[in-house]
Design a protein around this ligand. Sequence first.
Ligand code: ZN
Length: 62
Amino acid sequence: MAETDNTSVARIEAVLNEVDRALERLRAGTYRSCQVCGAPIDEASLVESPLLAHCPAHPELS
Ligand SMILES: [Zn+2]
């Protein structure tokens, strides 16, 4: 497999992992809460970035 293909697979897997975690948070009822400080995440931010897991207080994580 070419190097580019490996990179693409890794990127796709990373996105799939994020989707998995978002679905788990939805089932656990913590989807709209910041995973770091527990603050509620803005609904508009979630519409824009459905995989968002942190509030704006942690820009280094997004
Ligand atoms: Zn936070």
